[in-house]
Ligand binder design. Sequence first.
Ligand code: S3P
Length: 172
Amino acid sequence: MQIFLIGFMGSGKSTIGKVLADKLGYAFLDLDLEIEEYENRSIEQIFKEEGEAYFRKIESKVLKSLKKHESRVVSLGGGTPCYSDNMFTISKLGTAVYIQTSQAKLIQNLSKNLDKRPLLKGLNPIRLKTKIASMLRARSSYYNKANYKVRNNAEPEVIGERIRVKLDLESA
Ligand code: S3P
């Protein structure tokens, strides 16, 4: 099975994805890293030099270039499911799991490293909260199209195990 982890920035998709891949003995792939490799520059640079519309075009292209895979976990960017026909592509290629994270936990996680996040960079705590709330409102309907949903209210190890059990997959 190819498993796509979706959810807001700062929900720990990559960390949980690695834990899950390890448990299952699956390969792991991070779409943001694939985009950086394809573009030969960082996500931050792509946003700064080309703007968001360009980033979304490349994001969709790199996603579409993925092959079906029997045993891989893929962590996607927070916006990936919400643009173009990406959710359709995801559903063709595998199974989507939404890592549902509370707003409070997102704020806590994101506040640590805002500078690396082009869409949130430079926001003061009040504006950050408002921005996250409005983005979550806009994005939830996409995230909720996932085949499965897990509440992100424990350590990555526990969440990885919950996903494994939910998907009825054997440990490696
Ligand atoms: C984005 C999330 C980021 C990255 C880009 C845009 C978004 O990925 O793809 O900065 O629109 O939510 P992470 O969710 O891995 O931080």
